[in-house]
Design a protein around this ligand. Sequence first.
Ligand SMILES: Nc1nc2c(ncn2[C@@H]2O[C@H](COP(=O)(O)OP(=O)(O)O)[C@@H](O)[C@H]2O)c(=O)[nH]1
Ligand SMILES: [Mg+2]
Length: 496
Amino acid sequence: MRSGLRTLAARAARGLRRLCARPASGAPAARAGSGATVFALSSGQGRCGVAVIRTSGPASGAALRSLTAPRALPPARRASLRLLSDPRSGEPLDRALVLWFPGPQSFTGEDCAEFHVHGGTAVVSGVLEALGRVPGLRPAEAGEFTRQAFAHGKLSLTEVEGLADLIHAETEAQRRQALRQLDGELGHLCHGWAETLTQALAHVEAYIDFGEDDNLEEGVLERADSQVQRLQAALSAHLQDARRGQRLRSGAHVVVAGPPNAGKSSLVNLLSRKPVSIVSPEPGTTRDVLETPVDLGGFPALLSDTAGLREGVGPVEQEGVRRARDRLEQADLLLAVLDASDLASPSSRDFLDTVVAPLGARDPREGGQRLLLVLNKRDLLAPGTPPAALPAALPAPLLLSCLTGQGLDTLLAALRTELAALCGDPGAGPPLLTRARHRHHLQACLDALRRARGSSDLALAAEALRAARAHLGHLAGGGGPEELLDVIFRDFCIGK
Ligand SMILES: Nc1nc2c(ncn2[C@@H]2O[C@H](COP(=O)(O)OP(=O)(O)O)[C@@H](O)[C@H]2O)c(=O)[nH]1
Ligand SMILES: [Mg+2]
């Protein structure tokens, strides 16, 4: 009877492999296998030293041969120097390095060719035009090479997402996170979870099939239940990541707020190293919320400058104040800026009492918004004089002068610490969930596990476990509706 259990486990494991495997060629989820051969410029647009043009599809070999005629195909995966000429007119186009990648050992899994040409506009357009005239070739759509790689099982969906993120990564931390995902870490984690689930399911199914049989191992159901329980704990822990991976992917919202004339716009310009906002001694200059993406110590942030918070102003500034308060609500991190030489003014007092004190009283470990209190214009304080004492409940302030740059290093270090807490360390710990799609499937899996454990009917419990496993499969493996794949591949540019 144990062999019966093993058979079930094996059957279930086969199902798991199907679920989590990268989709095989011709998977219905992707548009591969159309037989077309596509080509595109894969390096950036514009004049450059070397431009890379590549093809993917069954006619790649013919395309390479026709541009390098009368030479035969070069040896596989070895760079070879060839004269490229227009197949129709015989006109020389460039002397270039070419590479031949017969499938399936290529990026897309299909036959691929690469032309490393001189990056002049006329060379690139000449080669692209020549390729367009080769029978069976057409220009690639955005993301089509990666889509073929996915369709031919070269990349899983989470790896595809990692690749898209790597291409778009603008900061060091984003690059590290994307690289880990491209390496398949998130996929492997899901695979491990799915394997545990498969074992639990096998135990439940064995009990359903052979429950009456005396030879069935003792405690099979209990073991399955404790496996599911452990899995629940692991998934819950992963979901409680305070969305750090998603924040790192899209940038933390850092909002600069404070009373008028404190130097908020000066600080935004200083941190972004460009004149984003108008700086003026006239209070009420900034009205709209001004946003700028910045790299703060390797972490991505969306920095917002806001109108100075004060009452009793005209309708336009009042609207600015309303927008500033709205933006404050959305902040991951509030940079509260005050004039160190003007802490007793009504607008400073009001800002400290109504915005800074309530936030400062919260424990940042509980999640929610974080806060840095900055006292600007320290150059206006007489040397050796501290700013006016702040209420003890407020967080320790950072002293800064946007004018002289004094205190900027300390502020940058503090910002880095805050952003590291908000975005997580992409180099340490388990891989983070980087997209809402991941969260959706994990949550749905967790819900199904809860249903399974709460069900008194074993058949229904098994059904719920299968549903849970399907969600893990969707997360890491392939499948999913065509529209979802379209959304993911749209992230890529033409030539990728
Ligand atoms: N002395 C001094 N003046 C500053 C400093 N930072 C900003 N200012 C001046 O304070 C005024 C208001 O600055 P601004 O950045 O427009 O403040 P905001 O209204 O908070 O955006 C301008 O005249 C700035 O040049 C500083 O660190 N020291
Ligand atoms: Mg301003």
